[in-house]
Design a protein around this ligand. Structure first.
Ligand SMILES: *Cc1c(COP(=O)(O)O)cnc(C)c1O
Length: 229
């Protein structure tokens, strides 16, 4: 199976989930999670029409995307893995969005470095909703404090929230995790009407259909696109 075929199959599944839940395909962004993937595989996905890619590690992202890729001019790259403070500077050169903002210390460092280099960056705040191996803010109150901090820095553009559901076969647990993120979005939107929390980044290879049904508008899919599973 080629990557192109994998994309077509994922697209079919996305469309079915949209039909089931009365949603429009164009309201949902598909990100190809390209960690561990070669530039060649990435080029294939790009050739098949994908433009948004996600990487977990700054060093790996730098190796693959650090020099300009003239053959993939409008490729957009987001950071989806835990970002160390001392990697913020190279991260700002690589990514248009940091989806995995998981602690206030990181917000401060992002604000610092943006100030220093006079640039801005889009961010999502990551909420911990059950996956043990993942970090993230523990609850809505912690998120609200983080939002206050973001508001103090005009160079940080907060776009929404991200989460990772637990790895489990129990769809109820997965749905619960997604519902928690949607609930947090609603509360924060009420508390901070000056910000538009419209991005909900949730759903991976094993749970993206549930994520669509629960309201995701940004799917982060790796295995199903690159390995067909
Ligand atoms: C690896 C990863 C994904 C993609 O996972 P797959 O199961 O391969 O689709 C999505 N989000 C994050 C944060 C990841 O680290």
């Amino acid at each position: 199976m080629s990557i192109k075929d994998n994309i077509a199959r994922v697209e079919e599944r996305i469309q079915k989930a949209c039909d089931r839940s009365g949603r429009k395909r164009e309201d949902i962004q598909l990100m190809a999670v390209s960690k561990f993937q070669s530039l060649e595989a990435i080029g294939e996905a790009y050739g098949a029409g994908l433009r948004l890619f996600g990487e977990s590690r700054v060093q790996e992202a730098k190796t693959k995307f650090g020099t300009p890729l003239p053959e993939m001019p409008d490729l957009e790259l987001h950071c989806i893995g835990q970002l160390q403070r001392n990697k913020v500077k190279p991260a700002l050169q690589l990514f248009s969005c940091i989806q995995s903002v998981d602690r206030n210390e990181l917000i401060l460092e992002l604000a610092n470095q943006c100030q220093r280099f006079q640039r801005s960056i889009e961010i999502l705040l990551e909420l911990h909703t059950g996956e043990r191996s993942k970090t993230g803010y523990p609850n809505v109150d912690a998120l609200a404090c983080a939002v206050e901090l973001v508001l103090a820095s005009p160079l940080l553009h907060l776009r929404g929230l991200m989460t990772m559901a637990p790895y489990t076969d129990d769809p109820m647990l997965i749905r619960q995790s997604f519902k928690t993120l949607v609930g947090a979005q609603k509360i924060l939107q009420q508390r901070f009407p000056e910000i538009t929390f419209n991005v909900l980044s949730m759903g991976m290879s094993n749970d993206f259909e549930l994520a669509i049904e629960e309201g995701s508008n940004l799917l982060r899919i790796g295995t199903a696109l690159f390995k067909g599973k």
